[in-house]
Design a protein around this ligand. Structure first.
Ligand code: NAI
Ligand code: AKG
Length: 411
């Protein structure tokens, strides 16, 4: 199912559980603004290349819109729309004072040189600079982008508006980035997983984990889970998949991946078929790469007892139904991966205050926010007799609906 259809279906199910007024439901679903821009750059060889960039600003009832920018060849308007909508519910679940947005450029970042990426990022920023801002829409990294991308956006934006570090988060610490932001999504995944397992009398230690994706989110999740005593037995990325039933040495894999641009060729495990990764025997499955990877074609074969959605929308609604019947517990994306945007919020607060927190404070606050969000979601599960995904959706949608009604519609 297409990402937008899947996300909207979850939203509508939550609206029904909440008994939301149909006109309010319609207004919450339609994005505030959709931006589509042409970005042409000279390549290093002098030829021209054109790309399409998107920014979808979904909702701002609870505060400035917030969300990452993705560089990937599959970026399309429907996907960006779905991801923007997810950000609206995610920031509400985390209870941080933001709305939701997402952006992206349809390109293959691995095929572009650093200077081509810089030119593309600057052209994109020139096209959207008057529609983003510290109190309107604050971008951050997502798949295929990183702190360097944010530094270029900050620099280009500042040429028009004066030096503005708070216009992006996830930027380098030297430019006002927050300590702990790089690891934050993975650390949030750890905290959320701990909270879920604790409910079942379990801890991270001794559990067998399989992780799809070894970029920012997957690699940090793997490192922190492994440090907490979890056994990470299989990992994949775009270059391949690797397995070691005794547990992979994550520190060595991080080094190998940095030196070889991927995990392929790592000699601390056996290479396996990447297509079989999600159905490997394990306790906890952590999709941390693309959307829609758990679907009706493979859901029946999944052996994990828990799925922690570190990626955005990795599970199709059809797969949700199959997995629920099998008794697999799914910790949904808008809760599980909310650690990234939560520390982005801390970064923005630090920039506005002109004050820097130490990493201990960032991590301690992140634990507080993740644990509280998990508890709030569980409460919604109880009051609406629903699973964790609907618990998170009803929590997020209800908070946004309340803010929308309070603000009113008077023109
Ligand atoms: N970076 C962040 O702070 C946040 C990211 N996310 C989500 O987490 C996911 C991963 O994002 P990042 O780690 O930031 O991206 P990234 O670009 O740093 O890493 C992506 C990883 O996915 C792998 N990958 C790509 N295609 C694959 C395939 N077909 N099979 C297996 N692996 C594949 C890549 O090789 C890479 O290891 C995305 O869904 C993103 O939206 C969610 C919340 C925050
Ligand atoms: O840190 C942020 O502002 C957004 C992160 C993001 O794009 C996401 O949570 O999917």
């Amino acid at each position: 199912m297409n990402a937008l259809a899947a996300t909207s279906r979850n939203f509508k199910q939550a609206a029904k559980l909440l008994g939301l007024d149909s006109k309010l439901e319609k207004s919450l679903l339609i994005p505030f603004r959709e931006i589509k821009v042409e970005c042409t750059i000279p390549k290093d060889d002098g030829t021209l290349a054109s790309y399409v960039g998107f920014r979808v600003q979904h909702d701002n009832a609870r505060g400035p819109m917030k969300g990452g920018i993705r560089y990937h060849h599959e970026v399309d308007p429907d996907e960006v729309n779905a991801l923007a909508q997810l950000m609206t519910w995610k920031t509400a679940v985390a209870n941080i004072p933001y709305g939701g947005a997402k952006g992206g450029i349809g390109c293959s970042p691995g095929d572009l040189s650093i200077s081509e990426l810089e030119r593309l990022t600057r052209v994109f920023t020139q096209k959207i600079h008057d529609l983003i801002g510290i109190h309107t829409d604050v971008p951050a990294p997502d798949m295929g982008t990183n702190s360097q991308t944010m530094a270029w956006i900050l620099d280009e934006y500042s040429k028009f508006h004066g030096y503005s570090p708070a216009v992006v988060t996830g930027k380098p610490v030297d430019l006002g980035g927050s300590l702990g932001r790089d690891a934050a999504t993975g650390r949030g995944v750890l905290f959320a997983t701990e909270a879920l397992l604790a409910e079942h009398g379990k801890g991270i230690a001794g559990q067998r984990f399989v992780i799809q994706g070894f970029g920012n989110v997957g690699s940090w999740a793997a490192q922190l889970i492994s440090e907490a005593g979890g056994k990470v037995i299989a990992i994949s990325d775009v270059t391949g998949a690797i397995k070691n039933v005794n547990g992979l040495d994550i520190a060595k894999l991080v080094k190998h991946s940095a030196e070889n641009r991927g995990i392929k060729g790592f000699n601390g495990g056996d290479a396996i078929d990447p297509n079989s990764l999600l159905t490997e025997e394990c306790d906890v499955l952590v999709p941390a790469a693309l959307g829609g990877v758990i679907n009706k074609d493979n859901a029946n074969d999944i052996k994990a007892k828990y799925i922690i959605e570190a990626a955005n929308h990795p599970t199709d609604p059809e797969a949700d139904e199959i997995l629920s019947k099998k008794g697999v517990l799914i910790l949904p994306d808008i809760l599980a991966n909310s650690g990234g945007v939560t520390v982005s919020y801390f970064e923005w607060v630090q920039n506005i205050q002109g004050f820097m927190w130490d990493e201990e404070k960032v991590n301690a606050e992140l634990r507080t926010y993740m644990t509280r969000a998990f508890g709030d979601v569980k409460q919604m599960c109880q009051s609406h007799n629903c699973d964790l995904r609907m618990g998170a959706f009803t929590l997020g949608v209800n908070r946004v609906a309340r803010a929308t009604v309070l603000r009113g519609w008077e023109a």
